[in-house]
Design a protein around this ligand. Structure first.
Ligand SMILES: *Cc1c(COP(=O)(O)O)cnc(C)c1O
Length: 324
């Protein structure tokens, strides 16, 4: 299958930055003397856990929705997701006065359903064990004339996600290396566009859970590799394959893709909470865990890390960081 629209470029990231100005938070870039000591590097952490709706996904969702024409806006948008993309689409739709339908499994965490409904979206439940959500989503979108907004395989979504890295480079200056969490590849593809235009010598690393190394294998194979749903606590990266638009950018622009085990994510969650007073969800820790795993190679370097999200039920957070 080929891409229907052109693969996005850095100009699209710059346009997204103009769209998001005054709407998305310009999240802080945190530093930590302890982390710098531990790695021998100078680390710059882009705190997208503090973004609106709790993750970078708001950037891509708002950018994509704001590119719809008046007729498409009236007919509404639809997405299938139980995670951060659902909340991001719901919030962006509310801001733009667009009706939103979110297709979610009936056993999704109550807090996520409540947050999404709280942004005014209509929720359609489905049984995740018997119903194909993509087929259901496509059918509902067709019936309603709604525009489907996928979580990563979309040019405007990628352009929006790229603005997080653009802001990081604006604030931290040129970097020697950048670490980015990897699921379907929207965030990493956007980061690649920004880095290749603004800080071309930077080495870019995607980081995915060890249980789901499809991205790493895809980069090696030169084509998209598909896997079963990976068993990992990084629920935002339980994707089975990279998107076509992201892969078109990642294939040539990314230096390597690393994997980290779940216990390294827990160590990072504990560190972020205890030392930096940051609540970060497991998926949001992938990039930091990847940087720590590479620490031996980073001495003396300026290193960027995208901390991608902070949405996690407090009781799950407590269970995961509990000792033993
Ligand atoms: C969606 C998500 C990711 C993965 O992003 P992709 O664009 O799918 O690669 C990483 N971290 C968090 C917190 C997310 O919500």
């Amino acid at each position: 299958m080929t891409c229907v629209r052109p693969v996005p470029t850095f100009a699209d990231v710059e346009a997204a930055a103009r769209t998001l100005a005054g709407i998305a938070h310009r999240t802080p870039v945190a530093t930590s003397a302890t982390l710098d000591r531990r790695t021998g590097a100078r680390l710059f952490l882009k705190c997208e856990n503090l973004q609106r709706a709790g993750a970078f996904k708001f950037r891509g969702a708002f950018t994509a929705l704001s590119r719809l024409d008046p007729q498409q806006r009236r007919a509404g948008v639809l997405t299938y997701s139980s995670g951060n993309h659902a909340q991001a689409v719901a919030l962006a739709a509310r801001e733009l006065g667009i009706p939103a339908t979110i297709v979610m499994p009936t056993d999704a965490p109550e807090s996520k359903v409540a947050a999404t409904r709280g942004y005014g979206a209509e929720i359609v439940g489905y049984d995740r064990y018997t119903v194909d959500r993509e087929a259901l989503g496509a059918e509902l979108a067709r019936d309603r004339g709604a525009t489907l907004i996928p979580p990563y395989d979309h040019p405007d979504v990628i352009a929006g996600q790229g603005t997080a890295t653009l802001e990081l480079l604006d604030e931290a200056g040129e970097l020697d290396a950048l670490f980015v969490c990897l699921g379907g590849g929207g965030l990493l593809a956007g980061a690649t566009l920004a880095v290749r235009a603004r800080s071309p010598r930077t080495r870019i690393y995607g980081v995915e859970p060890a249980a789901g190394d499809d991205g790493k294998r895809s980069l090696r194979a030169g084509e998209i590799v598909r896997i079963d749903v990976p068993r990992t606590i990084a629920d935002g990266a339980q994707t089975q394959h990279l998107g076509r638009y992201p892969f078109a950018i990642i294939r040539d622009g990314v230096d390597d893709i690393l994997t980290v085990p779940d216990d390294a994510l827990i160590d990072c969650m504990r560190f972020f909470a205890a030392r930096m007073k940051l609540v970060v969800e497991p998926t949001g820790c992938l990039a930091m865990a990847g940087a720590l795993a590479q620490a031996g190679d980073l001495a003396g370097q300026r290193v960027g890390v995208i901390v991608s999200g902070g949405n996690i039920d407090l009781d799950r957070f407590a269970r995961l960081i509990a000792p033993g």
